[in-house]
Design a protein around this ligand. Sequence first.
Ligand code: ZN
Length: 322
Amino acid sequence: MAWQYTKGLHDIGNGIYAYLQSNGSWGWSNSGLIVTGEDTLLVDTLYDMHLTGEMHETMSRQVPAAKTIQTIVNTHADGDHTNGNGFFPAAKIISSKSTAEEMQHTVPPQVMANMLKKAPPEAYMRKTLGAFHFDGITQRFPTETFEGHTSLSVGAKKIELFHIGPAHTDGDTLVYLPQDRVMFTGDIVFAEAHPVVWAGPVSRWIYACDFILEQDVNVIVPGHGPVTDKSAVATLKQYFVYLFEEAEKRYKAGMNALDAAYEINYEMFSSWKNPERMIPNVAAVYREISQTAEKPVIHETFALMSQWNKKKAEQADATSHR
Ligand SMILES: [Zn+2]
C-alpha cells in the first residue's frame, strides 16, 4: 500500500489519522490523531506554536471531535515532538518517566530562539532550523508518566504504550493500536532518512526494531518521513547491524569515529536523506563499544555535521583524481 507523502491529515481508517509534514528533515516531524466518538488523543505536537495551530485547524476541520484534544502522548522529549504541547493547555500529557525527565533538560525554546537570532545567515543552524518560530512557546511537561508499559483507551479503542528506549533518546515510546494493527513509532523510525542516534546504545535500537517486527502491525507512522510498514523497520535494522559492524572494524583498527563516519560506504542507503547523521551514529557505536557513558554534545555534533557536504565533495574529488 503506497501512502502519499503530502503535508496534511491522512486517514488511516477506523478513527486513526497521521498528520505528515514533508520532507521529514530536521524538525519536520509527524504526529497522530486517534478519535473514538468524542474521545481524542494526539500523538506528539510539532516544533512550534504556528505549525501546531495549523495542524490543529486541519484536524478540527476534517474531524470535528478533534477541536478538543483530551490527551497527548509524547513519544519522546525532542522539541519537534513536544514544543506544541502548550497549544493545548487543558490536555492531559502522558509520557515515559525518562521522557518527562529529559524534557526538563532539553534546550528551552527561548534559548533556541536567541541562538537563531544571533546565528550568521550562512550558519548550518539557520539553514536547518530557520523555518521554525521558537519565540512565544510555553513549554508544557507531562502530567502523567509511566515506566515500562502501560495501556489506555480512547473510547473502546485500546492503546498500548511501550517505553522502548534508550535509543534515539532515553525515553522513546511506541504507541501501538493492536486492534487496528497500527503503530506510531516516534523517532524510533525515520522513513527514507538516516536515523539519528543521540542517546543510544545502537544495540538497543536494533532490539527496538526486532520488537516492532514481532508485533502484529500493518501500518507504521514514523516520527519523520512517509507512512510506511514493517519493511522500513527491517531495512532500518539492516542499517544498524551494518553500521555497527563497519564502525566496530574501524574502532578495532584504531581509526577515530569521525574518520570512520566519512569512510564507511553507505551506498545501499544512498536514497536516504541526511547522510550527515553518519557522524553521530558512528560516534554512538564507538561510545557503546568503549563503554563510554558520556553523551554527545549536541552543538558540537551539529558543527561537525555542517561540514559533511563539503568534506564528502572533497573526498569524491580526491578519489576521482587518484
Ligand atoms: Zn523528531
